[in-house]
Design a protein around this ligand. Structure first.
Ligand SMILES: Nc1ncnc2c1ncn2[C@@H]1O[C@H](COP(=O)(O)OP(=O)(O)OP(=O)(O)O)[C@@H](O)[C@H]1O
Ligand SMILES: [Mg+2]
Length: 299
């Protein structure tokens, strides 16, 4: 089975798409068959991989709303080892259209399930909201990656995300784990960036990735050439940082796979209190509290 990561934060412009494209890029480059699912109507991951929008071509909307099999909409990209389930502007209406459809929260799960073992890693780039599109990603995924921008309001709204994580785990996907917080747009010239990192690390010691993603102009240029940073400029500070982050993610994945390989008889039933991922998730939930979010569709 593929390892499935949802990259989400309802705050806009925190580096979700940049993180999704560049982790996918390195995974593919290093020989891991990877699928990037662009679940955002803005289509930044799609254009960032150099794929032009073609409304006549099947896309993630056709899969999610019209029920087409995912493999009919997936296309190869110029990034080695990376396939794409492209976005389409029609996705903007999907939040509304999904409401009246059966299995409205689990349509992506079923679609990706149909892919079987075709991919080792599947990354889902979410839109900046906690509506039905992001909910579909959280129901389909095993892991949640949260990019947080190193700025003053960094933690604002994280309570909503924690509430959503909690709700999804209770109602439909108990295996969903907070797999990591990525600190993005780090500016080493400001003390504020360092303070924000310190604060987030203090609150979530287990889940924050060691790698900090610097503010780096090469990272913002790469999408305009339709390239991942690994293709465009791997030696830039941004290129090195995303490679380091991807290595960390692979190390965590390997550690988890090893833990899962423990014989059932020696694994405690239910939640393992020593599991850092479990501890971190419940820590996130308890520290931030169940702040009732606006606009989240319950049920
Ligand atoms: N580390 C970085 N250094 C410089 N520019 C960056 C970095 N990360 C992201 N950017 C730029 O910041 C902008 C927002 O990044 P990105 O699109 O990845 O955020 P997002 O969270 O996906 O946004 P949205 O919420 O709109 O989907 C983009 O123009 C991107 O190129
Ligand atoms: Mg985005």
């Amino acid at each position: 089975m593929a390892r499935l990561y949802a990259i989400a934060n309802q705050k806009g412009g925190v580096g979700k798409s940049t993180t999704a494209v560049n982790i996918a890029g390195y995974l593919g480059q290093w020989g891991h068959r990877t699928l990037l699912v662009d679940l955002d109507p803005q289509g930044n991951a799609t254009s960032g991989l150099g794929v032009l929008r073609e409304p006549s071509r099947p896309n993630v909307y056709s899969v999610l709303v019209e029920g087409r099999p995912a493999e009919t909409a997936i296309i190869p990209t110029a990034a080695p080892g990376v396939d794409l389930l492209p976005s389409d502007i029609a996705l903007a209406g999907a939040e509304i259209e999904l409401i009246s459809l059966p299995r409205r929260e689990s349509r992506l799960l079923y679609a990706l399930d149909g892919l079987g073992d075709a991919y080792e890693y599947i990354l889902i780039d979410c839109p900046p909201s906690l509506g039905l599109l992001t909910l579909n990603a959280l129901v389909a995924a095993r892991h949640l990656l949260v990019p947080i921008q190193c700025e003053f309001y960094a933690l604002e709204g994280l309570g909503h995300l924690a509430y959503t994580l909690d709700m999804v785990r209770q109602q439909s996907n108990p295996r969903l784990e907070l797999a990591g917080i990525v600190m993005t747009l780090y500016d080493q010239r400001t003390t504020l960036s360092a303070q924000v990192v310190e604060e987030v690390r203090r609150m979530y010691p287990e889940v924050v990735f060691r790698t900090l993603i610097p503010r780096n102009v090469r990272l913002s240029e790469a999408p305009s050439y339709g390239m991942t940073i690994g293709q465009y400029n791997p030696r830039s500070r941004g290129g090195v940082a995303y490679a380091d982050l991807t290595r960390e993610l692979l190390a965590r994945a390997a550690a988890e796979a090893a833990a899962e390989a423990v014989p059932i008889s020696s694994a405690a039933a239910g939640t393992d209190a020593n599991d850092p991922a479990d501890a971190a998730s419940s820590e996130l939930e308890s520290q931030l509290g169940a702040e009732a979010p606006e606009g989240i569709i319950d049920g």
